[in-house]
Design a binder for this molecule. Structure first.
Ligand SMILES: NCc1[nH]cc(CCC(=O)O)c1CC(=O)O
Length: 313
């Protein structure tokens, strides 16, 4: 392997994306002290459309397309993403070079007035644009009112502080990384709110033909996290999941074994299917598929098909 003279990291410009890019920059700088490691910040379509629920604007690809363009043009060598924002199938010509160690994967309850979900009075307005969070929350608390909440982390916190919501639900990982863990009133257990596929993990994307980068980036891969996230993505792929369907999966690795829970729900949370599997960490994708098959046997395909039918508004 030749040590690179220069590496350019493409990143979105939100505070969290920049934290993630700088984290990878300092890891690379420590590995390759004689190289120049730069960050190329850019705005994506997903950052610009802030008033529409993600499920309606077509999902995850919107946050990564401009970064992939920079990889394509050679303006950047690698792009850093939250694995949660990565589509289940990368566009032709791109590949994941590494998956970094997972931060806390749980969802967080953030409120200025209440210290736990159980304390919210009936009718309270909770902000989230995630169908996954919405369906799991409504299943437990049918009397809460869910309202859309978009924007980067800072924007979402500001909207909470302005009083539009009694509480909001965010990924704990983002808050922790930005030094905002003190805003978390309650960590919601993965039992109660199964996290999004890949939540809390970072992905390093490259152009598929840049084989030269594989050995350079390999030390950034965290094998235990990678097997968990590949298993979760395997389930989602088998159910053709995107952020337009209420679905989640969470795998934990112990030794050579993965233990994994997944769910599929109707948006109102009235139907929630949940299954658990465990198996070898060597074949994570297959384990994810096995979990999907168990969910399909329970009727997951019918729930997902119903989501495709036109519904009001
Ligand atoms: N969808 C936006 C997004 N992408 C990644 C994170 C959080 C950090 C992570 O999962 O790595 C967030 C914010 C959130 O869900 O609150």
């Amino acid at each position: 392997m030749t040590t690179p003279t220069k590496l350019v990291i493409a990143s979105r410009e939100s505070a969290l994306a920049m934290w993630q890019a700088k984290h990878i920059q300092s890891r690379l700088q420590a590995l390759y002290p004689n190289s120049t490691i730069e960050i190329l910040g850019m705005t994506t379509t997903g950052d610009q459309i802030l008033d529409t629920p993600l499920a309606r604007i077509g999902g995850k690809g919107l946050f990564i397309k401009e970064l992939e363009q920079a990889l394509e043009d050679g303006r950047a060598d690698l792009a850093v993403h939250s694995m949660k924002d990565m589509p289940m199938h990368l566009p032709e010509g791109f590949a994941l070079a590494a998956i970094g160690e997972r931060e806390d994967a749980r969802d967080a309850f953030v409120s200025n007035d209440y210290s736990a979900l159980d304390d919210l009075p009936a009718g309270s307005i909770v902000g989230t644009s995630s169908l996954r969070r919405q369906s799991q929350l409504q299943a437990r608390f049918p009397d809460l009112k869910i309202e859309s909440l978009r924007g980067n982390l800072q924007t979402r916190l500001r909207k909470l502080d302005e009083g539009q919501y009694a509480a909001i639900i965010l990924a704990a990982a983002g808050l922790i990384r930005l030094g905002l863990a003190s805003r978390i009133a309650q960590y919601i257990s993965a039992e109660h709110s199964i996290p999004a596929v890949g939540q809390g993990a970072l992905g390093i994307e490259i152009r598929a033909d840049r084989l030269d980068l594989l050995p350079i980036l390999a030390p950034l891969n965290h094998p235990a996290t990678a097997s968990c996230v590949e298993a979760e993505r395997g389930m989602s792929r088998a159910l053709s999941g995107s952020c337009t369907v209420p679905l989640g999966a969470y795998a934990v690795r112990e030794g050579d074994t993965l233990q994994m829970t997944g769910f599929v729900a109707s948006i109102d949370g009235r139907q929630v299917l949940r299954e658990t599997v465990s198996g070898t960490a060597n074949e994570p994708e297959a384990l994810g598929k096995a979990l999907a098959s168990k969910l399909i046997a329970q009727g997951a395909d019918k729930i997902l098909a119903a989501l495709d039918e036109p519904h009001p508004k």
